[in-house]
Ligand binder design. Structure first.
Ligand SMILES: [Zn+2]
Ligand SMILES: [Zn+2]
Length: 172
């Protein structure tokens, strides 16, 4: 059953904060534990997690520059994560690092997230599979036909293929 709020182990939060402390971007680190409020999201189809700073843009820019208290921060997690603990921890770590001040999807943000809570593989996560299938179903192009050999195949990845699956010549 989904509780009123997402619950994550204290040890995970501590691990995220330790990871954040290795980054010069983590300007909000001293406040993050007191300022973050965790909620389940409405369950939109695309985002598993979302971090929102509730302060105004102006105050936030100032807080970042002067390393001040950023004010309240809301982290929303997708309720389906309740059934997928590894992914819940991964998304939580991802969002908490944003909240600590690593707001960009940088290589460092990615590396720290995965060091603390690696993402489960697609094969191990029914939720990731479900989201992929949903995204795939929304893609305007559902199949490709090779202009060289005529081979047609159904879309199974988000990425657009560059070569024909059968004859390997460039797709045009
Ligand atoms: Zn993010
Ligand atoms: Zn072909």
């Amino acid at each position: 059953m989904t509780g009123e709020r997402p619950v994550v182990p204290l040890a995970l939060t501590e691990a995220v904060l330790r990871a954040a402390s290795t980054s010069t971007a983590s300007v909000f680190l001293p406040w993050v534990v007191d300022r973050v409020e965790l909620q389940w999201s409405e369950g939109d189809e695309v985002n598993l997690g979302l971090t929102r700073f509730l302060a105004s843009e102006v105050d936030l820019v100032r807080a970042r520059r002067l390393r001040l208290d950023p004010g309240p921060i809301l982290i929303e997690l997708h309720p389906d994560l309740n059934d997928d603990e590894a992914l819940l921890h991964h998304v939580y770590a991802h969002e908490m690092l944003h909240a600590a001040g690593l707001t960009m999807h940088s290589e460092e943000h990615d590396r720290l997230t995965n060091a603390v809570a690696p993402s489960p593989s697609m094969a191990d996560s029914p939720l990731l599979q479900r989201l992929r299938d949903r995204l795939l179903a929304e893609q305007p192009v559902q199949s490709w036909t090779c202009g060289h050999c005529g081979h047609t195949w159904q879309r199974t990845t988000m990425r657009t293929p560059t070569r024909c699956l059968r004859c390997a010549r460039p797709l045009r």
